[in-house]
Ligand binder design. Structure first.
Ligand SMILES: [Zn+2]
Length: 97
């Protein structure tokens, strides 16, 4: 599907509104947020899930006309004690309202 360049609705720079998630093919950048590599409790390896658990999309306007960055947050669990871990959004990621 070709990406629409039409301006609809929100004013430039106004990112506070909820939007439906964009199709992956429309996303300019995908940042995978994986959990830590080792379990804090027993230091065994964290098996990261193949599917991301949460998708956090940021619609930003740094470039013409619109850049979509998708942060994919993955959950995982320790292969030994099954403790669960999750990736975090980087500090630089704008938070959704
Ligand atoms: Zn563990």
């Amino acid at each position: 599907m070709p990406r629409s360049r039409n301006k609809v609705g929100a004013q430039p720079g106004h990112t506070g509104h909820k939007r439906p998630l964009a199709e992956l093919s429309d996303t300019d950048k995908i940042i995978e947020c994986k959990p830590q590599a080792c379990c804090s409790a027993c230091h065994h390896h964290i098996n990261v899930n193949e599917q991301c658990s949460r998708r956090h999309q940021v619609f930003d306007l740094p470039k013409v006309p619109l850049e979509i960055i998708e942060y994919q947050i993955f959950h995982g669990h320790c292969e030994y004690c099954n403790a669960t871990y999750k990736g975090e959004l980087p500090e630089s990621a704008p938070k959704a309202k």
